[in-house]
Each structure stands twice: as C-alpha cells, then as structure tokens.
Design a binder for this molecule. Structure first.
Ligand code: SF4
Length: 430
C-alpha cells in the first residue's frame, strides 16, 4: 500500500474559467433539511417570506416523521416604519416557540432574501434572545439567503456560526467537521477507534451538550468540501486543519482517513492493518459497478460543491472522463488535494452563467450530466442522461462501505438511458 502522489499533470494549476451570471441552484435554506435531522435538540427558525416556507415544506415534506425542528416566521410586507414591530414580533414568536418546546437547546435564526429580513439585524436579535432565554437555550444566527449561499453553503454558515461558542479545550483530539449520515459517522467512529484514536469529536454532534472542545491541539478533518468558513473559524480558535482528498471511493477514503490518523499519531502499520479489509471490499465492489460507466464522459454543473472530489473518484476509480467540472466556489485550501489527483484535460469552471454553460454542455453532448433539478428535465428532453446533484447530498456516499453505492448513483441514469434508447430510438436521436 502506498500513499497517494499528485498526478504530474494534475489540475492544481489549470486556469479556472470564472463565470458570474445567472445561477440555477437552491439556496442555503436547503441545508436545514439534513441539519435538523442530525442536531436533535436544535430548532431552525427561518425568518423569511412565504416562498421560504414553501421551499422548506416542499423539500422536507416527505421527510417529516415527528414534530419538525424547523419553522418559518413570515416577515413579509413590512416597511421601514414597521421594523421595530418586526423585532417585537420575532421576540414573541421565539418566546412562544420555546414555551411550547422545552426540549430546544439551540435555536438558529436563519436569515433569507427578502429586503424586510435583510434590514432586521439577526445577530443582534440572537444576542438579545440569548440573554433572555439563556443559559438553557443558545440563540445563534446565520444566513441561508439565496443571494449569499448555494444549497450546501447553508451548512457552512450554520457550523461557522457555532464555532465561536464551542467550549475551549487543550486536549489533543481529532475533530471531523461536517454533518454526516449516522451510518457513515458510525463507520468512521469504529475505524478510528480500531486505530486507537481515543478523542474523536464531530461537529455537529447530535446533542449540544456533547459539543466538541476546541483549542490549539485540535486536529481538524473536513468531511465536506463546502466548509470553507467553518474551517476558517476553527483555525481562528487555534485548531489545525489537515487538507486531504475527500472520503469518496476506496482511494479517497484511505487518503482522508490517513490524514486524520497521522494528525493524531497513529502509525502507518496500525492504520493499514485496520483499513485493509474494508478497503479491499470497497475496491472490489466499485470495480463491479465501474464496468457500466467506464469510458463515459461526464459534465458537472456547479451545484453541491462536491463536484471536484466526485470527478476525482469517477475518473480515477471508475474510468469516467470529465469534460467540464463546474463548482459554485473552488476553495483550493479544501479541494486542492483532489485537484492534484485529477489528470489535466477537463475544463474547470467556478460560478455560473447558466446559458453559456448549457451551450457548452449541448456542444459536448456528454454521456452524463450532473445538474440541479431545474436543468435536468430540459436536458433529458434533449436526449442527455442526467443525474440530480441534490441526491448526492441526501445519500450516504462517504467511506469504504458506500463506495460502490456512490458509483451506482452514476451508473443508474446511464442504464436508464440505454433502456430508453432500446425502446424508443427516435426519442434520443436528437
Ligand atoms: Fe427564501 Fe431566498 Fe431561499 Fe427564496 S432563495 S427560498 S427567498 S432564502
């Protein structure tokens, strides 16, 4: 087993096409859907419009199985003269909510786009409400506004808002930043425990009482590539970030786990002993799925910010050929190690000008296009196979045990397209 070496002709220094035009992405409020499931004693109060309430309800509707841990305080149709009223209304809304839900320990006021909301100072409101309802309830704020965030940017804003309030600790620990599905978190806990790592922490934890302690001996591993602000806040608290390829596929998972293990002094021999079996299983499982995608070209529209690590996995472990890798932001401090492993060739694009990108996609006619829901249907109608980027955020895709499932997420739409071609050749001959 050898450590990963950057590809000599990798994408680290490839010029990046920077686009600033119309964007086709969800806003950061979407992150509440997975964050509220993870953080069991938190509540997300969106201060927004009916549109925000509608987005949350329709995006989360199918997932509500108990009393939800999010809601919307509608702040529409208020002029400047009504601002004082709006503050009072917010205070009343929060008091009512906390009286009804004594289980809430962390309350997030989530900002949104309407100008009425932008005029409200939510950070002052959070301070004021913390003073009133503390110490049992901590009130924090972040923005999920579509004008400031893409859909994974909401999680970054939320976690970054939590960092200044985390307890101080001088103990050496490994901190994994980023909300992971429970099944994946459990696997990583077991692997690190088998390596002998005793002080393993997660941000966020399920209960705010278990919030991680931070200090100069905290070694941070980002679980997601969209956490630039969270990592910056952790570094401000003295923690040390270890950049690594993200834990997608067998190779990525090994490199990511090793970055964490090495940071807290695990020996390479112990590490290899622990990961040998799950890594071999992952390699074998990926291989069997990869046959269906080998040699197929892929085009990424900017959406989840997972695009660069996924392109690395799909090109190196599944034999796919990335044509364009678009990402909302390219944060080299986080995705640099993945970029270094992608062989030069694909165009890298940051930001979006959706019409120009659609033109490039149509001209390239990739075998598979990864994009948001709004673009998928029109592209399918033009005979292009698509994959919804949002599924990649809602599915467990990290780690050895999920490596083949991740490859399968890309193999399935190609299979579906082959079946359509077989049944209706005329419909795809455009
Ligand atoms: Fe609300 Fe803005 Fe998101 Fe629309 S884009 S749902 S107005 S935060």
């Amino acid at each position: 087993m050898t450590e990963l070496k950057p590809v000599p002709t990798g994408c680290s220094d490839v010029p990046i096409l920077k686009e600033r035009g119309q964007r086709e992405v969800f806003c950061g409020l979407t992150g509440i859907i997975w964050l509220h499931r993870k953080m069991q004693d938190a509540f997300f109060l969106v201060v927004g419009s009916r549109t925000c309430a509608h987005l949350l309800q329709s995006a989360a509707g199918v997932m509500i199985f108990a009393e939800p841990r999010f809601g919307t305080a509608i702040m529409e149709e208020k002029d400047l003269a009504g601002l004082a009223d709006a503050q009072e209304e917010l205070d009343r809304e929060v008091a009512r909510l906390l009286a009804r839900r004594p289980d809430i320990r962390q309350l997030f006021l989530v900002g949104s786009c309407p100008s009425e909301v932008i005029k409200l100072d939510l950070s002052r409101a959070a301070e004021r409400l913390s003073a009133v309802h503390g110490p049992h309830v901590q009130v924090l704020n972040f923005s999920g506004a579509g004008i400031e965030t893409t859909f994974t940017g909401g999680e970054d804003a939320c976690l970054a808002a939590m960092v200044p309030g985390l307890p101080a600790s001088s103990e050496r620990s490994l901190l994994i930043a980023g909300a992971l599905p429970d099944v994946v978190e459990g696997q990583f806990r077991r692997l690190f425990a088998d390596m002998g790592v005793e002080n393993l922490q997660f941000l966020p934890e399920a209960r705010s009482a278990d919030a991680p302690g931070i200090g100069s001996a905290t070694q941070v591993l980002a679980a997601q590539p969209f956490l630039g602000n969270t990592i910056a806040e952790l570094e401000r608290r003295g923690a040390r970030h270890h950049a690594a390829p993200f834990a997608f596929g067998a190779e990525g998972t090994e490199a990511w786990l090793w970055a964490g293990a090495e940071a807290v002094g695990v020996s390479r021999a112990r590490f290899e002993q622990v990961i040998a079996a799950p890594k071999a299983r992952a390699q074998k499982a990926v291989q069997s799925v990869a046959e269906g995608v080998q040699g197929k070209s892929i085009f990424f529209f900017p959406d989840s910010q997972l695009e660069i690590p996924l392109a690395r996995f799909l090109s190196r472990e599944c034999g796919m050929i990335p044509i364009e890798i678009g990402a909302p932001y390219i944060h080299k401090g986080l995705v640099g190690p993945d970029l270094a492993l992608i062989a030069a060739g694909p165009r890298l694009a940051e930001g979006q000008d959706v019409d120009r990108q659609l033109d490039r996609c149509r001209a390239a006619r990739p075998d598979l296009t990864v994009c948001g829901l709004g673009l998928a249907n029109p592209l399918e109608a033009e005979g292009l196979a698509t994959k919804w980027a949002i599924e990649l955020v809602f599915s467990p895709i990290h780690g050895f045990e999920q490596a083949a499932d991740l490859a399968e997420l890309f193999a399935r739409p190609l299979r579906r397209r082959r079946m359509i071609e077989a049944v209706h050749p005329a419909r795809v001959a455009s």
